[in-house]
Structures are given as structure tokens and as C-alpha cells.
Design a protein around this ligand. Structure first.
Ligand code: CA2
Length: 141
């Protein structure tokens, strides 16, 4: 079973800026944490991070027919991107939306999520643990 973990813009900066919101651990720490959860569950994970909307769409499309589930934190594209929503709908792969913080308790513009409409679940405000919970959700699908 293969799962794809996609992180959008600026999430490569984890641990470097704004630790009060996103914590002190880095993107590489996040990938290691998810990898060890994947080992525990006996599944394969692939990681992808990009700051570019079209590249994120390309990656979602490339999962078509070869991936059992997608975990996605689209970063700020959560609140703006119909293209990412359409990509997830198009491939028809079970997808969980994850946010490290809880966007609903922040600025009003973060309360909208386009991608949520195509996701089996949204997990927010649980830090890195949200990604581990998402992997459990998808492996139980
Ligand atoms: O809480 C989340 O995971 C977000 O998806 C993070 C996005 C934000 O635009 C969403 O509203 C909520 C921002 C990611 C920026 O990540 C940074 C990490 C470290 C330092 C600076 C930015």
C-alpha cells in the first residue's frame, strides 16, 4: 500500500520561523516521524513539498492509479486553490486534509478551505500528530 504526503508553500520552512504557531521541529523531522509511523503500519510513503501550485497539481495527477491515499497540507493554497480541489476530485484517491495549526481560530481568510470539499477528513490544530492520524485514517479506509 502506497501513500503520498504532500506539503504546500512554505512548509519547507518548518522549525525555522514562527515556532509559536508551527513548533520547533523541521520539515525533515516531520518526514522522519511519518516514515516511522508508516513502518509501524507496514505501508510505503512518498513525500513531496512544493511552493508552486501547478507542481502540486502535477504531483496529485501523477498519483492516479498507483497510490492508495493522499495526505495533503496545501498551506496557503488551502484558502485559494480551486485547481487543487479539482485535482483531488479528478484522481478520485481518498485524501485527508491536514493543518498543523487550526486555521479556523486564526484570520478570517483562513476559514475557507476549497480542498476540504474533496477530502474524506480534515485534521487541524494537532501539530505534526495530525499527519500520523491521517495515515491511520487512510490505512483503515
Ligand atoms: O496550519 C497549517 O498547517 C497551515 O496549512 C499552514 C499554512 C497556512 O497558510 C494555513 O493557513 C495553515 C502556512 C504554512 C507556512 O509554514 C511556515 C512554517 C514555518 C515558518 C513559516 C511558515
Amino acid at each position: 500500500m502506497k501513500y503520498l504526503v504532500i506539503n504546500g508553500p512554505n512548509l519547507n520552512m518548518l522549525g525555522i520561523r514562527e515556532p509559536e504557531i508551527y513548533g520547533k521541529a523541521t520539515y525533515s523531522d516531520l518526514c522522519k516521524m511519518i516514515s516511522s509511523k508508516a513502518d509501524e503500519l507496514g505501508v510505503e510513503v512518498e513525500f513531496y513539498q512544493s511552493n508552486h501550485e501547478g507542481d502540486l497539481v502535477d504531483k496529485i495527477q501523477s498519483a492516479y492509479g498507483n497510490t492508495h491515499g493522499i495526505i495533503i497540507n496545501p498551506g496557503a493554497y488551502t484558502h485559494t486553490s480551486v485547481a487543487l480541489l479539482d485535482a483531488v476530485k479528478t484522481v478520485g484517491i481518498p485524501t485527508v486534509e491536514v493543518h498543523i495549526s487550526d486555521p479556523d481560530t486564526r484570520e478570517d481568510f483562513r476559514k475557507v478551505s476549497y480542498i476540504r470539499l474533496a477530502c474524506v477528513k480534515t485534521i487541524k490544530g494537532k501539530g505534526f500528530a495530525g499527519y500520523l492520524e491521517a495515515l491511520e485514517v487512510l490505512t483503515n479506509e
